[in-house]
Design a protein around this ligand. Structure first.
Ligand SMILES: [Cu+2]
Length: 395
């Protein structure tokens, strides 16, 4: 199927495209080589692919997410619409969005964010497992149809299905010549069908806090972005900047296609200007429960790149603390970006989530198994990823 991607992008995940954006800047320094500290964490919890969990384990995870959504917000509750501790995560994501997307902090910040989410499920909702991931390459490629075949969308022990058909959305998109859609409305199946959110959409906090549903608009065509080829292309990169670009996707016309953008779009699809599915609003996409499985997969692929070839890239970092294209999230002057290289000593924090474990430096997040950086920064993580249920790579 052929279509013009850049015209789509004006509609969806990134509503303010800089189509004449300059070439990306890649001045960041690669990290020094170092060795993981094998003694730092002796029993890392294993994050498994969704279909590697037993059915009861899947249900446990889904119940834990629902539990977090029922706990009144203990953090960020001074922001209107922070209806639950689950939503407190999205408020934090929204507050930090411009600094942690299309910057060198995208991967480390989301790594810390996911770990705190996982910890909340464990500490507040009694969840025993690790955060699962969704390897959508298994569900992508010719002849595959994730909307029917993937256990991720199972109506009872998965995340439920597509949004209801919204004829208004369909007709607007059809008039724009986009491929066919059959969702766009509220999800009416699965464990999240009655979930509502009150965090306002997009970047502001003074907009509507009227409860809204989980919305999806499945888009099979974008699974060409979530194939094994796209994942393998990440592993072929030899420096952090190129790897990051290949994994996150660029804010550059013609360079959208990447696992990260793909994972958002295959679920969130495209919507008319001003309308969003849950996964399609970059500011609040973490309201979509699948966000956490999608980003765990992004984190897994980053980690796989880090540790391949005897951990040759474990300590690599780069890019800058400002976005690689101008005005990605609105006028740059709104955000007071600091235009500095991201290094091991660049701070990473989760704002109101507070505590020493959420106020760290990049070098403390690079080894998921908690190893100390070459500069002696103590690692704060202790997890690993399973080999996903597909043929193993040889590297
Ligand atoms: Cu994000």
């Amino acid at each position: 199927m052929r279509f013009d991607l850049t015209s789509f992008i004006t509609l969806a995940l990134l509503a303010v495209p800089a189509l004449s954006a300059p070439a990306p800047q890649r001045p960041g320094k690669p990290g020094k080589p170092g060795k993981p500290d094998q003694n730092a964490c002796t029993n890392p919890q294993e994050r498994k692919e969704w279909r590697q969990l037993s059915i009861p384990q899947r249900v446990d995870f889904l119940n834990a997410v629902r539990c977090l959504h029922q706990i009144p917000a203990t953090r960020n509750n001074e922001y209107p619409g922070t209806g639950s501790d689950y939503e407190a995560f999205t408020v934090q994501h929204k507050i930090q969005t411009p600094w942690v997307h299309y910057t060198g902090l995208f991967l480390p910040w989301h790594r810390l964010f996911l770990r705190e989410f996982e910890r909340s499920l464990q500490e507040k909702c009694g969840y025993q497992g690790a955060l699962p991931y969704w390897d959508y390459t298994i569900d992508s490629g010719s002849g595959k149809n994730f909307t029917i075949e993937s256990p991720v969308f199972h109506p009872e022990h998965g995340f439920g299905g597509n949004g209801e058909f919204d004829k208004n959305v369909h007709d607007i998109l059809a008039a724009q010549g986009t491929p066919d859609f059959w969702g766009g409305g509220c999800v009416k199946t699965g464990p999240f069908k009655d979930m509502t959110f009150t965090v306002p959409q997009e970047r502001y906090f003074n907009e509507s806090t009227a409860p809204r549903c989980l919305k999806r608009n499945f888009f099979l065509a974008f699974t060409e972005w979530t194939t094994q080829d796209k994942e393998d292309a990440v592993y072929e990169q030899t420096n952090f900047e190129d790897m990051e670009f290949m994994l996150e996707g660029g804010h550059i016309p013609g360079q959208w296609a990447a696992l990260h953008t793909g994972g958002h779009f295959i679920v969130g699809g495209l919507m008319p200007q001003g309308a969003y599915t849950t996964a399609g609003d970059v500011w609040t996409s973490s309201l979509e429960p699948l966000f956490y499985l999608h980003h765990a997969n992004i984190d897994r692929v980053w980690n796989q790149w880090q540790i391949q070839n005897n951990s040759e890239h474990l300590w690599d970092i780069g890019l800058k603390t400002s976005p690689r294209a101008d005005n990605v999230f609105g006028p740059n002057e709104d955000f007071n970006f600091v235009d500095a290289p991201v290094t091991h000593s660049t701070p990473v924090d989760l704002g109101a989530f507070g505590g020493a474990r959420n106020q760290v430096a990049v070098g403390q997040l690079l080894d998921t198994r908690g190893g100390a950086s070459p500069e002696g920064q103590k690692g704060v993580l202790c997890y690993k990823y399973s080999q996903p249920p597909k043929p193993a790579r040889s590297s």
